[in-house]
Structures are given as structure tokens and as C-alpha cells.
Write a protein that binds this ligand. Structure first.
Ligand code: CA
Length: 567
């Protein structure tokens, strides 16, 4: 009986969707652990307002942030692309007057929604560039109230007293509203932001436009700073660990803010036409009071605790209520999904890595076929941390120094049992899919710190070859033989020469890739010359550097690293 009712409800919903452009209130919290809401299992943090919305909406149990830390996670969310594809794989340096930002030709969801007639607002944290061309007001937000950097102190009296000019720690910089320094902020920051969210809702309703509110709370990101009264509420005051108590009170303040937003929507009679989304930008830090519940790992790594996050959708009569959606989804999916809901136009040349998941969420069906992956890849100093989810499976590599592992993540959410040796084919498929994604990646446009810049070049990063091995350029007949082929010179200036011990064919095909797997030069049917050698003249203009060369002779493939040094 229950099943039938659900089906009827689903049909009702499916027929009624997208009749009107919904308002979108996207509540993004910062570094919240998977287990840190009442509805996700927290027994020491009261979040009644968030829980009520979650329970009246659809709760996603396998929602993934794009990256296990802030900047790239947000870049992925707002552009709909893996940030590695436009050079955003690191945080922007957390200092004033950082000169970089997401390339201006990279359209954001705010641009798209603005063009579709939405009034767009960002409240809180940006962290995606502070120069004029990268400022939120120039990236599709009509209204911006908040701060441009990766975090902020919470008490105005403290951050105002600590601020002593543009070279101050950016966490102490004044808040701004559309480029104008704010001076009348006198509330605890989370409360200040909540009230600004309410202001934006009220103004948007008055303007009689659909609106997109990106409510970007910096809580419960460090510094751990909570109001005394929040630390003294029931349950929280009994928490023994001081960091956990501070953290819990910060989450409690967000819950109060969510209630204020909901109350404003109801007061303006737009609650029923507003899609509310709640999620965290990455996993929690257990060393800073967070609890990732059943998940292993933390912010920064690619175990589930690094990038699987709490998330729900709420929209009365449009989003199924009181159900879980267990299929994997990613923050990359918001861009195309919002485009659908807003009846917005996606520019024809816009690259997107996610999917419009709307009809699947409404129907409770899997938005991804069995072949589509969700990947998180984080560069370490000299290595890569990787998590690749596909269906029930998760391939995981802590870094290049440890072996790949494979988990059945549906049965083993805590990633305790490595099944790679009994399922080598599945692991290989996931590695190949992940390796193929990296072929779209480009060099970073910035690093968060000078030593990271140095480490990148010193360690020959991104070093995907070490991470993915033969999966990086796998083809069906690829074999690795080192003693049969002589390739010289190396480094090479302008011409590669090959000599075989026993050539299978008098022709070879040569492909040269960069370390991201992008084909730089390819030539087929190179003839053996009278000395028994095969020669390939390199295109001029190939930058100096390390490349991979695949030489195909008959049905054998030979792979060599080559250094091109032509200048
Ligand atoms: Ca974060």
C-alpha cells in the first residue's frame, strides 16, 4: 500500500515540475562532518530546524563534494566542472590582493541564473578571487554581502580590533556589501549572515523576481568561535571536549539561521515555491571538533569522510518528502540541474562534468548509469590522493606510495575491507575511467603557498603516471617491454629515433602524450629506413618537458618516457 502511494505521489510530482521557476536557496556550510546533524546521527548537536527540512524533503546519503577541501570544492560547484580542468586544483592563497581567480571566461551558475531572470545573491564566504574581475559582483551576483577569503573571525569586536590595515590576516578584514566596507556589523557572524540572507529574500520578493540565494556560511570552519549562550544550551553544555562543544554551538547557530530563512520565506509566501538545498563543502576535521559518523577519513583526504557530505533537497509538493536518495550524486550536478529548473540557457560551448539529476531525484531512480564515475583527486606535495565512486564501488588510493584499494561502498560504507585482489577487473575499470578524466586536466593556475609552487615542479607533478600506471594510456593490446626497443637520443632535440631488436612490422605508429595524457603529436605508418631505424621529426613548438611516448609496432606497444629539450 505504501509503495502504491509513493508511486502516485511521484507521478503527481513529475507532472507538476518546472511549471514555474522556483526560487533557490542554497545553504552551503563549511567543513561540516557527515555525522554532525541530528538527522545524520548527532546526539550532541541539536539541529531541529535543519532536521525538519531534511525530513520533509529528500535526503541524499551518497552526495559528494567535488574536492576534499574548500576552494576547489566551491569552484566545482559553481562552474559545474572539475576545477582541475581550468587550473583551480588548489586553494587561492589566503592573503589580501591575491591576483588570481577563476578564468573570467568560465561561466558560473550565478551568471546562468542571472541571465535567466533570477535575482542572485551571495551571503558569506567567497574564496574564489578578490580582484575586480573575479569579484562576486562581476561573476553573476547582483548582491554580495560577506568576505572574499577562505574564512573569517566570528566576533566583530575582536576582528575589528585586530584589523590594522590591508596587510592584516584576511580573517580579520572588514565585511563588505557590494564592494563597500561594512561598518555596522555588530552581531556574531553566523547571525549577521543569516539576517543578510533574510534581507536578500525580502528584497527579492519586493522586486518580484525569482531569486537564487547562495547562503555560504563559514561555520563550522575554524576558528572555533561560538557564542557563550549557544554553548550553554541543553546537550551542548554537557559535551566534555572543549573543541567539540565550541563546534557544536557553531552548528547550532547555523540551525537558528536556517529557521530565520525559512520563516522569511513563509512570511513572504514563497516557501512553497522555493527549493532549499543544504550541503557541506567537504568533510569535517575530527581534530577540530567534527565527527564524520560512519565514514572513514577527514577533510583533505579521499576516504569518504573527506568528500561525502550531508545533503538534502526541500521543496513542498515538488521534491519527494521523507525519502532517502541513495544513488551517488555530486555538486557538479547542480549547474545542469538548476539550468533545467530555471529554464535557463547553457552556453553551447560550456563544458559540464555533472548531470541534470532532477527527474531521477523526483522518480527515485539512478541518475548515473553503471559506467559513470564521480572522482575526487587531490594533489599532495609529490603525490595524488584519489577516490573514484561508480555504483556500488569505490576505488581509493591514499597516495602514490600506497596500493590502490577497492571497496564495495554500499555494503562497506566505512571502507574497512579491501576487495581489490578479488575484483581486479572492477578496480582496473575505475582506474581507467579516472585516468581518462585526468586527460582533461591542465596545469594549476595558482598555488596556495610558495612552497607548493616549488614542490609542484620539483616533484614533476601532477605525476598521474605514478598514480594510475598503465591505466593512464591503456589500450587493449598495450604491453610493456623494455629490452626490445632502443629509443634515442633522450633528451631529444627535434628527432626521435627508434631501433628494434626484432621488428614485427616495417612500420610503426608513434604517439606522444604530455603527463596529463593529452596527445601532443601522433604519426602513423612511419617507415623503417635503410639503416633499420624509424625516425620521427617532432613538431616545433612542443614545450620543453617530460612526455610519454607510445610506440606501436605490429601488435606490440612500447611505452617510454622522453624528455624534450629543444631550446
Ligand atoms: Ca571547507
Amino acid at each position: 500500500m505504501k509503495k502504491i502511494l509513493i508511486i502516485v505521489a511521484t507521478l503527481f510530482i513529475a507532472n507538476n515540475v518546472v511549471a514555474q521557476k522556483p526560487n533557490i536557496v542554497f545553504v552551503l556550510v563549511d567543513d561540516l562532518g557527515y555525522g554532525d546533524l541530528g538527522y545524520t546521527g548527532a546526539t550532541d548537536i541539536p539541529t531541529p530546524n535543519i532536521d525538519a527540512l531534511a525530513n520533509q524533503g529528500t535526503k541524499f546519503t551518497s552526495a559528494y563534494a567535488v574536492h576534499p577541501f574548500c576552494g576547489p570544492s566551491r569552484m566545482g560547484l559553481i562552474t559545474g566542472r572539475y576545477p582541475h580542468e581550468f587550473g583551480g586544483q588548489f586553494n587561492l592563497a589566503d592573503q589580501a590582493s591575491v591576483t588570481e581567480g577563476i578564468p573570467v571566461n568560465e561561466r558560473m551558475m550565478s551568471n546562468m541564473l542571472q541571465d535567466a531572470g533570477y535575482r542572485t545573491g551571495l551571503v558569506g564566504k567567497w574564496h574564489l578571487g578578490d580582484e575586480s574581475q573575479y569579484h562576486p559582483n562581476n561573476r553573476g551576483f547582483d548582491d554580495f554581502y560577506g568576505f572574499l577569503y577562505g574564512g573569517h573571525k566570528f566576533f566583530p569586536a575582536e576582528y575589528k580590533a585586530a584589523y590594522n590595515g590591508p596587510n592584516s590576516w584576511v580573517y580579520n578584514h572588514p565585511l563588505e556589501h557590494n564592494g563597500i566596507t561594512v561598518t555596522d556589523d555588530d552581531e556574531y557572524l553566523t547571525d549577521e549572515l543569516s539576517h543578510q540572507g533574510v534581507r536578500f529574500i525580502n528584497e527579492s520578493v519586493a522586486a518580484n523576481k525569482p531569486f537564487f540565494l547562495f547562503m555560504s556560511y563559514n561555520a563550522p570552519h575554524t576558528p572555533l568561535e561560538a557564542k557563550t549562550e549557544d554553548k550553554n544550551v541543553a546537550i551542548i553544555k554537557d559535551i566534555a571536549n572543549a573543541d567539540r562543544r565550541e563546534y557544536a554551538a557553531m552548528v547550532y547557530a547555523v540551525d537558528r539561521g536556517v529557521k530565520e530563512l525559512v520563516d522569511a520565506l513563509k512570511a513572504k509566501n514563497v516557501y512553497n515555491n522555493t527549493l532549499i538545498i543544504f550541503m557541506s563543502d567537504n568533510g569535517g576535521r575530527s581534530d577540530k571538533g567534527a565527527n564524520n559518523g560512519v565514514l572513514s577519513g577527514n577533510k583533505g583526504n579521499t576516504l569518504e569522510g573527506g568528500f561525502r557530505v550531508p545533503m538534502f533537497f526541500h521543496w513542498p509538493n515538488n521534491v519527494p518528502a521523507g525519502v532517502n536518495y541513495d544513488y551517488p550524486v555530486t555538486a557538479l550536478d547542480f549547474y545542469p540541474t538548476f539550468a533545467k529548473l530555471a529554464n535557463a540557457t547553457i552556453q553551447p560551448n560550456k563544458d559540464l562534468d555533472g548531470l541534470d539529476i532532477w527527474s531521477n531525484v523526483v522518480a527515485g531512480t539512478n541518475a548515473r548509469g553503471n559506467n559513470e564515475i564521480i572522482m575526487s583527486i587531490r594533489h599532495d606535495n609529490a603525490s595524488n590522493r584519489v577516490g573514484i565512486r561508480r555504483g556500488d564501488w569505490k576505488a581509493y588510493r591514499f597516495n602514490n606510495n600506497q596500493n590502490w584499494k577497492l571497496f564495495n561502498i554500499t555494503n562497506d560504507i566505512s571502507e574497512t575491507t579491501d576487495l581489490s585482489s578479488s575484483n581486479p577487473t572492477i578496480l582496473q575499470e575505475l582506474k581507467v575511467a579516472g585516468a581518462n578524466l585526468t586527460k582533461e586536466f591542465v596545469e594549476p593556475l595558482w598555488f596556495h603557498a610558495t612552497n607548493a609552487t616549488t614542490a609542484w615542479s620539483t616533484n614533476g607533478m601532477p605525476n598521474f603516471e605514478a598514480t594510475f600506471g598503465e591505466a593512464l594510456n591503456l589500450d587493449d593490446e598495450n604491453v610493456f617491454v623494455n629490452s626490445k626497443l632502443l629509443m634515442y637520443p633522450n633528451p631529444v632535440k627535434d628527432t626521435l629515433s627508434f631501433t628494434f631488436q626484432n621488428a614485427k612490422s616495417s612500420f610503426i605508429d608513434v604517439t606522444i602524450y604530455n603527463l596529463q595524457g593529452k596527445v601532443i603529436q601522433q604519426q602513423k605508418n612511419i617507415n623503417q629506413d635503410k639503416n633499420g631505424q624509424f625516425k620521427l621529426k617532432l613538431f616545433s613548438g612542443i614545450p620543453n618537458g617530460v612526455y610519454m611516448t607510445n610506440v606501436k609496432n605490429g601488435n606490440e606497444n612500447f611505452k617510454y618516457k622522453v624528455v624534450i629539450s629543444n631550446k
